[in-house]
Ligand binder design. Structure first.
Ligand code: PAF
Length: 282
């Protein structure tokens, strides 16, 4: 696996791949890889000639007081995992190469899609994500970029940005990967102590419970949110950030689940904020 540690060298190498007629699949990550990331890599491996994985803990998508400094990092372990998946190139730039002194260009996706859920709880987060993802697209020149459905709102924001700014590439959504007991895989799960890890199961349980009620005919959004709230409240350490249900196409408001809906949760255990979601169809 080639290590591309500079922006210029990465862009040049990707350009050469394109000129040789090869399709490029990009998997953008912040590292500390788990099976969720590897499922994106495996999908990219199946769909593209060349697979590039980026590892970059992007400072501008973290708010003040968030976990940028403590975000888990282990580049040599990540490298070994990517070698096993036959990844062609790892792009791991320095912050100073991505954002040199005086850097001042940002990409902002507006509208309801960034105003709700994590956009409301983490002001500026999606501006940071849209900016870094645009830069990664311009550097790595992918034909396809792979994102996890675990960050459902993030993938919707990126799809909108790609559409509206005419990026010539396709976004591929890959399903959530869960632990055997149902907890969605996340690099942040390592922050949880044993008791929090046990209690964190309520996220998936709440979503499943609400989905079951939809399947049994419940359509009222307020009642479904209350069902989820009760399940989360059964965990003494859980502090709810949001529990919401929106139109899965555009995060539009809905009072009744009468079309495909995104049920989404953000819950804190101590300092650890976990998110999870489920799409429901009627
Ligand atoms: O989902 C992530 O890991 C990050 O938000 C991303 C897309 C790599 C941008 O920094």
């Amino acid at each position: 696996m080639l290590i591309l540690d500079g922006v210029k060298v990465a862009q040049q190498w990707c350009l050469e791949q394109k000129r040789a007629g090869k399709s490029i699949g990009l998997v953008p990550t912040m590292g500390y890889l788990h099976q969720g990331h590897l499922s994106l890599v495996q999908e990219a491996r199946q769909q593209c000639d060349v697979v590039v994985v980026s590892i970059f803990v992007n400072p501008i998508q973290f708010g003040v007081g968030e976990d940028f400094e403590t975000y888990p990092r282990d580049l040599s372990r990540d490298q070994a995992l990517l070698e096993e998946e036959a990844v062609d190139a790892l792009f791991a730039p320095l912050i100073s190469d991505m954002y040199p002194p005086g850097y001042n260009s940002f990409v902002e996706v507006g509208g309801e899609i960034t105003a709700k859920l994590c956009g409301a709880s983490r002001p500026g987060h999606f501006k940071g994500v849209a900016t870094v993802v645009s830069k990664l697209f311009n550097i790595c020149l992918p034909d396809k970029a792979f994102f996890g459905q675990k960050d459902a709102q993030q993938v919707m924001v990126i799809e909108k940005m790609v559409r509206e700014l005419n990026f010539p590439l396709q976004i591929v959504r890959v399903p959530i990967v869960r632990e055997e007991d149902g907890l969605a895989k996340s690099s942040r799960n390592v922050y949880l102590d044993e008791e929090q890890r046990r209690q964190a199961l309520v996220l998936n349980q709440a979503l499943r419970e609400a989905e079951m009620h939809v399947q049994q005919g419940e359509r009222n959004v307020a009642r479904l949110k209350e069902i989820m709230r009760k399940v989360i409240a059964s965990s003494p350490q859980a502090v709810i950030d949001y529990i919401d249900i929106y139109d899965a196409a555009d995060l539009g408001d809905m009072e009744q689940v009468d079309r495909k809906a995104l049920m989404a949760l953000a819950v804190k255990f101590g300092n650890t904020r976990l998110i999870d979601n489920r799409l429901v169809e009627v």
